[in-house]
Design a binder for this molecule. Sequence first.
Ligand SMILES: [Zn+2]
Length: 469
Amino acid sequence: MPHSNTYSRALALGLLASSLALGQGFPERFAEIRDRATPAQLYSFLYALPKGGDLHHHAALSVYASTALEIALKQSKLGYRFHVRIGFHDCGDGDNGAALIYQNINHATYNKLSECRKSDFTPLDDLSATQRKSWLSAMILDQPGETRNEFFEEIVPRMAAIHRDPYFFADSFAENLKLFGREGVRYIEAQWTPVAMERPDGTLFPADEALAIFKKRMAEPDVAASGVAYRFQTTVIRFRDDMERQVAFQFDFVDKHRDLFVGINAAGREDNDKGYALRMLNAFREGRKTHAAIPMSIHAGEKSSPGHEVRDTLLLGATRIGHGVNLISDPDTMLLMRGNRYLVEANLISNRMLDYTPDLTQHPFAEYLRFGIPVCLNTDDRGSWDSNMTDEYFHAVKGFRMSWDEVKKIGRDSLSHSFAPPDLKRTMIESYDRDVDAFERRFLDADWEAELRKIEPAISGYARRNLVP
Ligand SMILES: [Zn+2]
């Protein structure tokens, strides 16, 4: 068809002219898509949406179970051998009460077991197809009734031995950069403390050696090709008896590795009686005496009961709050956080899955946003929810009828409130603004339904179960 080019240009101009004639700018087009698209169309649209950073991201538990299994199976080449508990025998030692089905252990731990106890386990490589399916399901909150106890007390210990293999960590982090890059995320500020990383024989790598293994993997070309930048925060486990020692170590460690480590975080259940924020105040003040300022983002208010956890956590030195679900119950702190000095890292799917806000229409995310407290969307431990960043946007955009300006703002705020060094931050904000402009043109100038058919989103397991049936 000799005139097809001219024809399509005329058609495009016609569509543009008709949009303009209707006075339709992109905010109106966005609202039209939000309200009229089918769930599958909206998913494609939000998958293609340029996004900012994932600021609340636990690196190890952000890996999909399927990716984790695939990479764990390759570890035998490096000498790592994992064993999986597939049963319980009565060995007369009375110690299988706290044992977990599908728990992974390393070879050194396995070797220390009695012959009878060893028979509870099978090598990870030898799982049957059915056992592999069960193994995968055991790492995800995918069954009715599975919530925070399953997560904290089962999934975390099931994966712990595999997470201590630094080669596994580096490979799975690289895979995640690629997956996040495909859905438009351009920065990950992950939580990872490179301590307790193990050699195949179970002895510990010094933190610097574990870091060298990570850096070597990151120098491979597929990582740069992902287009996603990354930095880390270390994380204090707040309720542990050695909290003070952890804080002191992390001040030293981050200070020595500021090229890659940009902040300190603290995590762990706040409902533990040693998990409250002010227990850490002295330790953080001691750290500040001898180290130039280190940015802090700290978990706080990840609970549904009212309290001053967020206020107390700001006193620790945090300028970003992870979760902040119960900030809504503390008017003085809400007023304090209004403006632009602080940001709340919202984790909608995490809060839903762990039963802090089982009904997301009751989540305070939109109230913070519209009240003037900067917020962004994050994936937290997405491997355990089997979700992605698009799912977070889907819940937010649809559930709170977000406007286009609000969508752009949360993406931009995630970058401007990141702890990335100034040059990287500037570059990322520029690329975000450029990509947002191109996205607007793409969906304003053309027939949006036709445009959406060209997108092939990676639909997450969570989305298949909850958003795009
Ligand atoms: Zn978290």
